[in-house]
Design a protein around this ligand. Sequence first.
Ligand SMILES: *Cc1c(COP(=O)(O)O)cnc(C)c1O
Length: 409
Amino acid sequence: MENENLLAIANEFGSPIYVYDSSKIISQYDRLSDAFKKVKRLKLNYAVKALSNIAVLKLMNSLGAGLDTVSVQEVELGLKAGVKPSNIVFTPNGVSLEEIEEVSALGVQINIDNLSILEQFGTKHPNVPVCIRMNPHVMAGGNSKISVGHIDSKFGISIHQIPHILRIVENTGMRINGIHMHTGSDILDIEVFLRACEILFETAMNFKNLDFIDFGSGFKVPYKLGDIETNIEEFGSKMTKRFNSFCKEYGKELTLGFEPGKFLVSEAGYFLAKVNVIKQTTSTVFAGIDSGFNHFIRPMFYNSHHEIINISNPKGKERFYSVVGYICETDTFATNRRISEINEGDTIAFKNTGAYCFSMSSNYNSRYRPAEVLWHEGKAHLIRKRETFEDLTKNQVDIDVFSKVVETT
Ligand SMILES: *Cc1c(COP(=O)(O)O)cnc(C)c1O
């Protein structure tokens, strides 16, 4: 997308606003598929929690992707988008047996990540095939907030508990049709990931009726110049070779599954905000925008770096700014960042904001959540309206019990 396209969208639909470029989502999907084109049965399930707008789910469905979901509500969004239940996997953590049963009754593949629920579900529904989420005890990335396959993680069933899994399977007569792992959102080292895959292959040999092995996700995208990016092509070629030889060992052609979120949508996203005020202090120049961590929390929550461009003045002389929000908390998007000269009223764009940005937004400070636009084949489509005051109040119950108003002077 060009700066002019973004600027036109901000002018037409207002700010702050999220914009997603469908062609980037499509090219990322194709890139991942291509890297694994020598696998006979490949299934890419898009992780809905990264960006859950129904238009995006429809786009994924049109590409042939399935969905990876973590709540019954995400499943319902997928069904509303027209995705077949058989194309949806439910991979929750810490949800109730009732919610798992509700999703299973819809015909969605269940993935269970603890022994207690596995035993209860298997006892009640021995005929429903179930996938098991394993914890391979591997630290795939360096950031403990997004690395979830290590020993202290709450996710998955430990590989050291396989004997207990097997006992439950035998006692209940349930069928395990898939094995799963997800090591986190930050694969830095392909070799470490491949080691975790070996652990999963070893685990898989314990189960005779598998249809698929799901290796989760964690493909990294570059956030700034010089950032490490998972080399998908190299990874694909190494993993394909190993997976195909494993299928021979196993004696059956299994489906290889991944559940990318960030990889598919992150780079497609732009977050546009308007600069309300330029404030010089004794130590820096602040650019204060019409947004905050209520709309875009990744910089504060994960310390993530997002490139910023002044799309109103892209060729201006570069100066240093600290970009902050309008929330009554410290909501710093960037410190001491070189950006082309900003004037009050300019629109700036944060790059790489397709994943875990809108989906983590809130109404803190009683602000409306932003609008969303999908840029598709050269046209801007509004896919979510900006909220209104009605949205803020519609579920509040106005109780009429305070009869007296004390006047103070
Ligand atoms: C969040 C999540 C994903 C997606 O992770 P990304 O880093 O966005 O690719 C995949 N699988 C599971 C189980 C998840 O919880």
